[in-house]
Design a protein around this ligand. Structure first.
Ligand SMILES: Cc1ncc(COP(=O)(O)O)c(C=O)c1O
Length: 393
């Protein structure tokens, strides 16, 4: 029996939430008759302390323009210190209404049209979209699989970083979708290459609170002052506490000159204010959400073990389960059953009747893979896995 009832399933249909919304499913998948395990938010209710804080704030009835107060930033800094042993300065903090928005602004402030930007595919597809839509050039240094686990090809990475046109690297750590949590040693090597070749690091650490047993997150900027000055770190309470609908992220830019450039880009292209409820929820999360998060991570880990055992018992090695170190996104390799990405998609949607993030959307390196969102009641994960199994019978 869990102290928090993560087994409880409650419909999200009345709230226009993307993951379940029939019109959204129709638009994204061409059918709404599917069980969804795609977009990265949770079918689990957030921490009671956050719910209470938001309800209390809602009673006020005046939802005007909101300033981010010092104590909210202090709660974030305390959280980072406690969870990740990272001591940061409040001056570095910048609000954006999302991490993708921040990546776009950082590309604008740190690179120019025609510059090359490194990514590590298969990776969260908005990275390429942002780069391309801003007329920058995507340069891919693919992660390589070794015995099913993904590794960085440092030789390839350095070769690409050393191009004089290469100006930035967008890193996903923990990595979406392959679930790696990069070690301090890996990050240091990446960081040194970037310093050597004057490549700015955009460290997207949105999943950094979602570390499964045995892992530890290293904040890129905590590796040393020269690393810190050469990066922006993107955090948010959104994935951790299921607050994505509140549109709130924390962007840490240690270098004052870069911060100034970022502020100008923000003023020019964004100029958003925080959603009234976001700082309320975020502060409650950082101050009082830790016990809930630990329980939630334990639950997600059990979901992972369940899905992994299910896959092993059902497909006996024909579907390979990528070891999950961080995030709640499981990366399954169906290449031995159906290597054609479009046929695989068709089977998942129309035979299994499940809406997943198909691997190919993360780049061709994801062909034959699917990404399953595990942040849901176990009964739902069970149903999804059984429907997939039946589709391949
Ligand atoms: C790696 C990564 N970055 C950014 C985002 C989206 O962040 P936001 O909604 O704050 O723009 C996601 C969402 O899944 C993600 O996985």
């Amino acid at each position: 029996m869990e102290a928090f009832d993560f087994d409880h399933f409650e419909s999200r249909l009345s709230w226009s939430q993307m993951k379940w919304d029939p019109a959204q499913l129709q638009e994204s998948f061409g059918t709404s008759d599917v069980l969804p395990a795609w977009v990265a938010d949770m079918d689990l209710k957030t921490a009671p302390a956050i719910r209470e804080a938001v309800i209390e704030a809602a009673r006020n009835g005046m939802y005007g323009y909101t300033r981010l107060s010092e104590d909210v930033i202090r709660s974030y800094l305390d959280w980072q210190k406690r969870r990740n042993r990272w001591t940061a300065s409040p001056d570095w903090f910048r609000f954006t209404p999302g991490v993708v928005a921040a990546i776009n602004l950082l590309l604008l402030s740190e690179t120019e049209e025609g510059d090359e930007v490194l990514i590590q595919r298969p990776v969260y597809y908005p990275f390429s979209m942002s780069v391309e839509l801003q007329n920058r050039v995507v340069v891919n240094s693919p992660l390589r699989q070794k015995d099913g686990r993904y590794e960085i090809d440092f030789g390839d990475f350095e070769k690409k970083a050393s191009s004089p046109k290469c100006r930035a690297f967008i890193m996903s750590n923990p990595h979406n979708p392959v679930g790696r949590v990069f070690t301090g040693e890996e990050l240091r090597r990446l960081g040194e290459i970037c310093l050597r070749h004057n490549v700015f690091v955009i460290a997207d650490e949105i999943h950094s609170d979602l570390i499964l047993p045995g892992g530890r997150h290293v904040v890129f900027a905590s590796l040393g002052d020269d690393f810190a000055q050469n990066c922006a770190v993107c955090h948010a309470p959104s994935k951790t506490f299921n607050l994505a609908g509140l549109s709130f992220s924390c962007i840490m830019i240690p270098d004052a000159v870069r911060r100034d450039r970022f502020d100008k880009a923000f003023t020019r292209y964004c100029r958003a204010h925080p959603n009234f409820f976001a700082p309320v929820a975020a502060k409650a999360a950082w101050d009082s959400g830790e016990e809930w998060l630990e329980a939630c991570l334990a639950y997600i880990y059990q979901n992972y073990l369940y899905a992994r055992d299910f896959a092993e018992n059902t497909w006996r090695g024909k579907v390979r389960v990528t070891p999950l170190e961080g995030t709640y996104l499981l990366w399954l390799d169906f290449n031995r059953l159906e290597p054609d990405p479009k046929k695989l998609e068709d089977i998942m949607l129309h035979k299994a009747r499940v809406a997943l993030d198909e691997g190919y959307i993360f780049g061709p390196e994801g062909n034959g893979f699917v990404r399953v969102n595990l942040a849901a009641p176990r009964a739902l994960i069970g149903k999804i896995m059984r429907q997939i199994a039946a589709a391949f019978q």
